[in-house]
Design a binder for this molecule. Structure first.
Ligand SMILES: *[C@@H]1O[C@H](CO)[C@@H](O)[C@H](O)[C@H]1NC(C)=O
Ligand SMILES: *[C@@H]1O[C@H](CO)[C@@H](O)[C@H](O)[C@H]1NC(C)=O
Ligand SMILES: *[C@@H]1O[C@H](CO)[C@@H](O)[C@H](O)[C@H]1NC(C)=O
Ligand SMILES: *[C@@H]1O[C@H](CO)[C@@H](O)[C@H](O)[C@H]1NC(C)=O
Ligand SMILES: *[C@@H]1O[C@H](CO)[C@@H](O)[C@H](O)[C@H]1NC(C)=O
Ligand SMILES: *[C@@H]1O[C@H](CO)[C@@H](O)[C@H](O)[C@H]1NC(C)=O
Ligand SMILES: *[C@@H]1O[C@H](CO)[C@@H](O)[C@H](O)[C@H]1NC(C)=O
Length: 630
């Protein structure tokens, strides 16, 4: 008997109220264990002591998993995690051992925003009864199929509802409804050995794992909703008008045997994985026994837009929109951004850019001017196809508009002076000047400052980018004007997990985005009040998808999203990928007059369709549209 075994025996003597229980007794039918906080002794199958009872199914560096006889009640998992980092315990048990043990049942979580893992802590008195048993993994998609519509009963169908965090799963502690809700489904398998057949990849790998090993969002061989042409899953609005944000997926975590997951892209297919269901970092994982391999990857890259930019029609304007991800003059991704604009968007007449940094990037020395950044970009664009752009922007006040400190990101316009020009004679505004709608000397509706910021002192913009308005006309056109508003709203950074404890999840700074859309909408109304038939485009990075209806409500009845007008299929409306979801953060809205004329739009997936996450120029895809202003 080794010294460790003696110590463990002494520890187990100290346990006072002990129970002999099964794994299913520990898991129970609700989110929290009925035995949370209690000491349990002789974890085993009380009634039916079958060969599958208490078998070690998997082992990692901070514990192992055991599985008992399944319950006929699908809400109750028959697997559980045993938490220990004791090398002597870990070396004692082997996969396939039938064991009994004592320990304390615990619901472990790192903080209240995430769910907890049911585990047996401080395992003692581990008795190995026999070796070499096999446990058949549950094949997800055969008898147990993940729900495709909703995450949690507490979301009341509206996953993006406001107010957020109006209840918490572990406070309510409801019994599980695994046939209806995604979180309940995976929770009912927590700790169990499962197989995910033929996984399809939903996002580039991330490196958040314990060993910084790639983790991969997937769905397996089961029915999914919202599949787009690339094989990813898009956030959509269902027929009921409620959002669908893809609860039927899981992450392949760090392999338990020390192997590493491959580097992947959206649409990659992997070999079947078997592993245990575990909750960590706010999400449900399958921790595979060993890493999957790549079966196939999509070899076709993005194609240039089919929207023809060189129409001679004096009423037609082509518009690009691109969040260029912290672009500075010396950014290594600048030439690729230029290629995207020239070859993939095919040099549109006007481009709304977001995240243009100042002339020395993130050097935090008071510089706010971005002339060098914009000149470097337009020079690079000219190099590709010879098209020459002009540019215009309005500097922020140093470090007042959010983003990386010293970077002073802002929206900017680049435009082709051979095709389009600023209308009227108004000068551009300064950082703190508010532009207003006026009838100018030509008796046409224009702006007092062109371009100019919308209500820059309003607290809705605190630490964020003020919307930038401009008014344009076609060179050689009939004088018809186009108002544009270039938008880059507060980010969602800091939101809580889709599979977290807080319902609906916290949508960080949603109240700012609501107020920002309201200010932009009020400005659009000030144009439409004087000319109900005005051409108005509002485009940019809203940092929000339209399924968060509370944010976009102020646009109802004054603007329409061009995707809807052009009839783009709902699953193909995306410009971003985050966790398991492809989603549209970047939007082009047009006024009702414009919606009555022919329109086209494409989201050009130069970044989400990259072969590798490091091949992307930006985390956003650009979009390009064509519309008529007369
Ligand atoms: C959670 O629900 C289970 C099953 O109904 C119950 O046994 C347990 O005591 C509950 N735990 C808490 C903390 O409410
Ligand atoms: C240790 O496990 C054995 C076998 O299950 C059991 O008979 C014994 O009571 C346990 N002892 C303690 C101290 O838990
Ligand atoms: C388990 O079975 C294999 C053969 O299937 C055998 O080689 C091995 O020795 C067995 N291990 C134990 C611990 O009994
Ligand atoms: C969302 O949750 C955050 C954090 O709890 C809170 O500050 C905010 O007011 C909530 N907003 C809405 C509109 O629900
Ligand atoms: C969520 O709401 C609960 C209950 O009101 C509160 O205790 C908690 O701080 C909130 N969490 C966040 C992150 O806002
Ligand atoms: C760009 O210049 C800034 C200083 O102006 C420097 O901090 C940064 O490292 C440079 N980046 C590259 C990619 O050279
Ligand atoms: C915004 O506030 C500054 C003072 O901080 C002031 O100089 C400026 O005129 C204000 N702008 C508007 C549009 O009111």
């Amino acid at each position: 008997m080794g010294i460790n075994t003696v110590l463990l025996n002494i520890l187990s003597l100290a346990i006072t109220s002990c129970l002999a229980v099964s794994v299913t007794d520990i898991q129970g039918p609700a989110f929290l264990s009925p035995l949370h906080g209690q000491n349990v002794k002789d974890v085993q199958e009380k009634n039916t002591f079958e060969p599958s009872s208490g078998i070690v199914t998997a082992k990692g560096s901070s514990g192992f998993w055991i599985q008992g006889s399944p319950s006929p009640d699908v809400r109750i998992s028959c697997g559980v995690s045993v938490f220990t980092s004791s090398k002597s315990i870990l070396s004692k048990v082997a996969i396939g051992d039938l064991i009994t043990l004592s320990g304390t049942v615990n619901e472990f979580h790192s903080d209240d925003t995430v769910l907890s893992v049911t585990e047996i802590d401080s395992p003692t008195n581990i008795t190995i009864l026999s070796h070499n048993h096999t446990v058949e993994p549950l094949i997800v998609g055969k008898r147990r199929i993940p729900p495709t519509a909703q995450y949690s009963a507490l979301d009341h169908g509206d996953f993006f509802s406001v107010p957020n965090n109006s209840s918490q799963i572990e406070v309510v502690n409801a019994t599980l409804q695994p046939d209806k809700y995604g979180i309940d489904f995976w929770e009912s398998l927590e700790g169990q050995l499962i197989t995910v057949e033929d996984p399809s990849v939903l996002d580039f790998e991330n490196g958040f794992g314990v060993r910084n090993v790639a983790e991969i969002w997937v769905y397996g061989k089961w029915p999914v909703l919202n599949k787009n042409s690339r094989g990813g899953l898009t956030i959509t609005t269902g027929s009921s008008g409620l959002p669908n944000a893809n609860p039927e997926v899981i992450i392949i975590g760090e392999p338990l045997d020390g192997t590493s997951n491959p580097s992947v892209a959206i649409g990659t297919k992997l070999t079947t994985v078997t592993g245990v269901v575990h909750y960590q970092f706010g999400f449900y994982y399958i921790l595979p026994l060993t890493a999957p391999k790549i079966v196939s990857s999509i070899s076709t890259g993005p194609k240039p837009t089919k929207i023809n930019p060189n129409t001679r029609d004096i009423c037609t304007i082509t518009l690009g929109d691109y969040n260029v991800d912290n672009l500075a003059p010396n950014s290594s991704h600048l030439p690729l951004i230029a290629t995207h604009i020239a070859q993939f968007l095919r040099n549109p007449d006007l481009v709304h850019l977001q995240e243009i940094q100042d002339n020395n990037g993130e050097a935090n020395d008071g510089t706010v001017d971005a002339t060098v950044t914009l000149q470097t970009l337009v020079n690079a664009i000219k190099k590709v196809e010879g098209v020459e752009y002009s540019f215009i922007d309005v500097n922020p006040v140093n470090n007042e508009d959010g983003g990386a400190s010293g970077g002073n990101i802002r929206q900017a316009y680049i435009y082709r002076p051979d095709r389009i020009r600023l209308a009227g004679n108004s000068p551009p505004g300064g950082s703190l000047d508010a532009t207003k709608v006026i009838f100018d000397k030509q008796r046409q509706l224009g702006l007092t400052l062109n371009p100019g910021r919308i209500e820059p002192n309003n607290t809705a913009w605190t630490n964020s980018r003020k919307s930038l308005a401009a008014v344009w006309e076609r060179v050689g056109g009939n004088g018809a004007r186009l108002f544009t508003i270039n938008v880059h709203q507060t980010a969602k950074t800091g939101s809580s997990s889709e599979q977290g404890n807080l319902r609906s999840p916290i949508n960080q700074d949603v109240s700012h985005r609501i107020a920002q859309v309201q200010l932009t909408a009020d400005f659009v109304k000030s144009i439409l009040k004087d000319d109900p038939f005005a051409n108005v485009v509002v485009a940019g990075d809203f940092n929000e998808f339209v399924q968060t209806t509370a944010v976009f409500k102020p646009f109802n009845s004054i603007l329409r999203e061009i995707d809807e007008v052009a009839g783009i299929p709902a699953v193909e409306r995306y410009t971003y990928v985050f966790d398991m979801n492809m989603e549209q953060l970047d939007h082009i809205f047009i006024s009702n007059t414009m919606a009555l004329r022919p329109v086209e739009v494409e989201h050009v997936h130069v970044n989400q369709w990259a072969a590798n996450v490091n091949d992307r120029a930006s985390d956003h895809d650009p979009s390009v549209a064509s519309f008529k202003i007369c």
